[in-house]
Design a protein around this ligand. Structure first.
Ligand SMILES: C[S@@+](CC[C@H](N)C(=O)[O-])C[C@H]1O[C@@H](n2cnc3c(N)ncnc32)[C@H](O)[C@@H]1O
Length: 354
């Protein structure tokens, strides 16, 4: 049930309460719990989680915007970047685009529509796999992608994915992965959730590091492109945000299961883990420079007012242009010339401080 489609405010309250009750029970029985466990319950509890229950609403009438919800232009620009990668790899016949965190499948649809319209050779070669653990989201994706159904498959997790040549793509996947906080756990004061002190966690972003290790193991040739918001090097600050109905809430303990919880990504940690797992750094820059690079090679992309407005939202430094970054890795592929998206990027190692 989507938040917007809930029968009444009472339904939302009841769902919220049920999840909060389960979390409270666990803490009362076993003591304070790591924040990653709490975040996992709030977002991915099999029945009541914000994402797993398909309550997450992205877009104008939902809880927050993403690049994808701005409109089809984002998928179109990425399709151009994917096509360049395919060419660079020698136009292989079995080219897989793996997307993780596909939500309702809109990005995949935007990519397919662009390829069908403008890049028919690549369209014929490209197959898509969505890594999706949740049945309700897979159903949504399957409806959105009905027209392209013979080109799309699903896997429950990266463990179920075959070794592949192509691209692993994600937009706002990493910020949705459960993380621990350096010196805080979730405890109870009476009925209320509170933060309690705990020993510093040596690896707060274990879920993200496991993720890049697995992606590196599955990719035999090609690129990994991750788009998200975060910090690099010494700029990193632990930042947890709670988003609902286009506002930031003060605490993750408000409206548990009805709102999104995200953590800013530590790009340098992810890059170091990737390099330790046989991936090569292929670029790091902000979204503004990334999309400007692609557009400089394909300037004819912006043809009408609607795309011009979307572009403004994606590029503007006070909108999505500067808050989002793009990190790319390559395996067994020539990166002596940067991809178009990294044409205007500074040196990635220096930026990441690694
Ligand atoms: C912030 S949303 C982004 C959705 C979409 N990419 C967009 O940009 O509009 C994060 C998505 O990542 C999904 N997700 C989180 N962990 C995942 C995992 N391990 N595998 C696949 N999807 C995951 C969530 O279910 C959710 O749909």
């Amino acid at each position: 049930m989507g938040l917007a489609q809930a029968d009444s405010a009472f339904d939302v309250f009841r769902l919220d309460n049920e999840l909060a009750r389960l979390i409270r029970e666990k803490i009362a029985a076993d003591g304070p719990q790591p924040f990653a466990w709490f975040m996992e319950q709030a977002l991915y509890h099999p029945e009541h989680g914000y994402y797993s229950s398909d309550r997450a609403a992205i877009g104008r009438r939902g809880d927050y915007f993403t690049n994808v919800s701005v409109g089809p232009l984002f998928g179109h620009l990425l399709a151009l970047q994917f096509a360049e990668i395919w060419q660079r790899m020698g136009k292989p016949e079995n080219f897989l685009i793996v997307e993780q965190g596909a939500h309702h499948g809109h990005f995949a649809r935007d990519v397919f529509e662009s390829l069908r319209r403008e890049l028919s050779n690549f369209y014929d070669a490209a197959r898509y796999v969505i890594v999706e653990p949740f049945e309700k989201l897979q159903e949504r994706q399957s409806k959105t992608l009905d027209e392209f159904r013979d080109r799309v498959q699903w896997r429950k997790s990266l463990d179920h994915l075959e070794s592949f040549a192509g691209i692993h793509f994600s937009n706002e996947l990493l910020d949705a992965m459960p993380v621990n906080l350096r010196d805080k756990q979730v405890g109870l004061q009476g009925e209320r959730f509170v933060f309690v002190d705990s020993p510093a966690d040596a690896s707060p972003n274990r879920s993200q590091l496991n993720w890049i290790e697995k992606v590196a193991a599955k990719l035999n040739r090609g690129f990994v492109l991750a788009i998200d918001y975060g910090f690099a090097g010494a700029d990193f600050r632990e930042t947890v945000q709670v988003r609902g109905r286009h506002r930031l809430l003060d605490s993750p303990f408000e409206e548990i299961g009805n709102v999104d919880i995200t953590a800013h990504v530590n790009w340098s940690d992810i890059a170091s883990a990737a390099l330790a797992n046989d991936l090569r750094l292929a670029g790091f820059t902000d979204q503004h420079h990334f999309l400007t690079g692609i557009l400089s090679v394909f300037p004819e992309t912006i043809t009408d007012d609607k795309s011009r407005r979307a572009l403004q939202t994606l590029l503007h430094p006070e909108m999505l242009g500067r808050s989002f970054q793009v990190l790319a890795f390559a395996k067994d592929t020539d990166i002596s010339t940067p991809l178009s998206g990294f044409k205007f990027a500074r040196d990635a190692r220096t930026e990441l401080g690694i």
